[in-house]
Design a protein around this ligand. Sequence first.
Ligand code: EPU
Length: 417
Amino acid sequence: MDRLLIHGGTPLSGEARVSGAKNAALPLMCAALLTREPLQLANIPHLNDVSTMIRLLARIGVQASLDDRLGVELHARSIAEPLAPYELVKTMRASILVLGPLLARAGEARVSLPGGCAIGSRPVDQHLKGLARMGAEINVEQGYIAARARRLRGARIATDMVTVTGTENLMMAACLAQGTTVIENAAREPEVIDLANCLTAMGARIGGAGTDVITIEGVESLHGAAHAIMPDRIETGTFLVAAAASGGAVRLRGADASLLDAVLGKLREAGAEITVEPDAISLAMRRKPHSVNVRTAPHPAFPTDMQAQFMALNAVAEGTAVIVETIFENRFMHSLELQRLGADIEVSGNTAVVRGVARLQGATVMATDLRASASLVIAGLVAEGETVIERIYHLDRGYECIEEKLAQLGARIKRIH
Ligand code: EPU
């Protein structure tokens, strides 16, 4: 298993390019299931989750061809087997995103139940409840969701909590339903807007994406389209925090500051100077960072996917920070590993109190999930001496060439096979 070796203590400096967003790419790829014509996606990130999604779609009968310029063409001429097997769903929960499109296009789907994961129990009851409201017959048998519907019907659906993939699944299913669907309490994440834009280019009739009420007027069929995937706001945020924690100065090309208001606000509060250009963000940190309190909540509030990285920043900041995680019940696993590097963190329920220390010290740590891994990389970059991060397959799921990009920014980092 690969590991990362980091010699800490070098401030990041220079330029790097932000990739396409993982959490936009995965639902967008599933949208290809809604039409018999090809869907062309540009700016696709090279990630293990994207490869897993290509494998899953291929099993279902979708032809995928990648070009060498970050493009993929997905062609679901026909649905061979509307199945998402356990082996694939267990490695990537986002596989649940084939459920809505398969049901809408093929009238049936069998998708393994995702089960628990490292950051909490993460049920999919809201996805199922919404599809049932649209007339699907849903049974859970032998660990699989078995869903059927001759043709879905438009419905008014109010989800109990804001769910990103739940909103995306229902929005995709509603595109081919008979009549109008209204999703209330919809997720407002930029990735939902990106998906709505692509679906609209495919002929869907969607209003309100980006607000908490999305209205979808069903159509008979969708057609092919070409769409460029939005930049990854979490990758952008991760590199900015790494630069801030290391006292560096970086410029990230291909980044979109309008997607990152809450994160940029917190970085400024920590003392960073941020310059925004239409297609780039620069950050310079000329002092030791101040502690910043963080409370995660659905967009446009502070994203849970940036919580772990800010814990690493706070670990070396001046002062004490309180971090409250309101989205997932078990997303502080990184705190134990950060403590192994010398961080002073006390966790009680969904709250962590982080007292900044003068320095962290390198050690061997273990990645537990994607964003937890990112926080360990940031901590390793600022720690004295050598940090080894194990189980980095989590990082490879969601960060494209992270060690190459960080090395480009001057970090002393390498992958050990
Ligand atoms: N929830 C339910 N029932 C449901 C759906 C969600 O109880 O049917 C709960 C979840 O357990 C959680 C909360 O609602 O407590 C919000 O979960 P949500 O459904 O929004 O999460 P998700 O759609 O499964 C996406 C991202 C995650 C990101 C969350 C929150 C993708 C592929 N994944 O997950 O990304 O943390 O939204 O913003 O879009 C990551 O990239 O590292 C990652 C975990």
